[in-house]
Design a protein around this ligand. Structure first.
Ligand code: FCB
Length: 455
């Protein structure tokens, strides 16, 4: 039996655009994902989030599922275009009411609501005005954060500003595989800085609006990056990916500085003149915890990468290597040691910062059998190993406070559409019928025992 500390938080995570649907109801305006998913060829099968898992209309049923699991916490995101339809100016009370009802119902069920303010659904109007590469988007975000905190601060005590700003900046504006689909290396670097700034300004707005004792956090997807070999060239490739994938966010947020090696690596592209005096101090506002999303490691070697890339400035020096071993349906390698190593690194680099695993999980090709059951032994295996890695890290003195499984429901997996299933509850998208998979029953046992009985 691998027992977790008393009070360890067990949750599941979702995101608004991936589950809510109701894309044009109650005054919601389009987000960049509504627009992007309509561009032919951008999302597999032409899928969109118009209906998704219809969570907007099935909230009560979904909260019952959470109750059956026995989670202590539930992480959801607030859709900016639902609560502030033009991305500036007045709020939509109808939009806010949805989240007020959600938070109330969770609390009635004894589940702590954990709100993320931005999980990738920028109001389309703000992208038309330039999007994240522009400084004013950061200012808009801080206003929005303050408004949502004013409206929900009496019922939600745990807040996250951004989810995975690396993806927003580099998949959205670098490789273009995510909305808004731009492939502009300098814009991607500008976006990364303005996301950091948006975070810092939002922390300030949240602290001003929330009661004392509220928890304010940020969720990153730090890359567990390793060099394929110990050669200098491979290690230099790993350093470059670490700079763009990790230190570009960790250094400003926790140390108030930009990584010098990254500024040098990207000198051909930009002089970083968009970083204004005082920005780094704003970005370094103290946080109560750091959220970590982890799925798979990143192994790199010296080489080059062609075509639009999420690694501006690093392309001529880096290739991404594939390693042997089991893989998920995303073709991502299964490597719990990557999570363990990341946690130990963060313990050393960020002393005194509590960590929370805000996402971890796996896609497999699940289906309901003739009896209506969904057996997903591979997912159970993946989860067991990763929860075990968290336990091992706790044993090494890493201060991990919680684990949120991605995801409660099968949902709209961004550019992969509905083809990739991450849920521990199966969703038949034609009927919207929910069926807990074997992994849901396994997770309920973990929560009930506060640990792994089969670890
Ligand atoms: C993360 C996202 C989340 C989900 C998982 C699989 O990068 O935050 O929305 O799509 O990947």
């Amino acid at each position: 039996m691998l027992r977790f500390p008393e009070g360890f938080r067990w949750g599941t995570a979702t995101a608004a655009y991936q589950i809510e649907g109701a894309a044009s109801e109650d005054g919601r305006t389009p987000s960049i994902w509504d627009t992007f998913s309509r561009v032919p060829g951008k999302v597999r099968n032409g899928d969109t989030g118009d209906i998704a898992a219809d969570h907007y209309h099935r909230t009560a049923e979904d909260i019952s599922l959470l109750k059956e699991l026995g989670v202590t916490d539930y992480r959801f995101s607030v859709a900016w275009p639902r609560v502030q339809p033009s991305g500036r100016g007045p709020v939509s009370e109808k939009g806010l009411d949805f989240y007020r009802r959600l938070a109330d119902a969770l609390r009635d069920a004894g589940i702590r609501p954990v709100a993320t303010l931005y999980h990738w659904d920028l109001p389309e109007e703000l992208e038309r005005a330039g999007g994240w590469p522009e400084r004013r988007t950061a200012e808009r975000f801080a206003e929005y954060a303050g408004l949502v905190a004013d409206a929900l601060g009496d019922r939600v005590a745990t807040w996250t500003t951004l989810n995975e700003p690396w993806c927003t900046a580099f998949l959205g504006y670098g490789s273009g595989v995510h909305a808004p689909g731009r492939t502009e290396p300098v814009a991607a670097l500008r976006a990364a800085h303005h996301l950091n700034l948006a975070h810092g300004l939002a922390v300030r707005a949240l602290r001003a609006a929330l009661p004392a004792g509220a928890e304010v956090s940020l969720t990153l997807n730090p890359h567990a990056v390793g060099a394929l070999t110990g050669s200098d060239a491979d290690r230099d490739a790993a350093r470059r990916v670490d700079a763009l994938g990790n230190r570009l966010f960790l250094d400003p947020v926790f140390h108030g500085r930009l990584p010098e090696d990254l500024v040098a690596d990207t000198a051909r592209l930009t002089d970083w003149g968009f970083v204004e005096g005082g920005d780094l101090a704003v970005i370094a506002a103290p946080l109560d915890s750091l959220g970590i999303n982890y799925y798979a490691p990143t192994v790199v070697a010296a080489g080059s990468h062609d075509g639009p890339s999420p690694w501006p400035g690093a392309e001529p020096h880096v290739r991404f290597a594939s390693t042997p071993g089991p893989r998920t349906a995303m073709d991502w390698p299964v490597d719990p040691d990557g999570l363990y190593g990341l946690l130990v690194r963060l313990r050393d680099e960020l002393p005194g910062v509590p960590l929370v695993i805000t996402e971890n999980g796996a896609a497999y090709d699940d289906y309901a059998d003739p009896e209506g059951d969904v057996h997903d032994p591979e997912r159970v295996g993946y989860l067991r190993q990763h929860v075990g890695a968290v336990h091992r890290a706790l044993g090494e003195g890493v201060d991990v406070r919680g684990y949120f499984l991605w995801s409660l429901l099968d949902n709209f997996e961004w550019a992969y559409g509905y083809g990739k299933r991450f849920g521990i509850v199966h969703v038949d998208f034609a009927s919207q019928r929910r069926t807990p998979k074997d992994s849901a029953r396994w997770y309920a046992q973990v929560i009930a025992h506060n640990g792994l009985t089969d670890g």
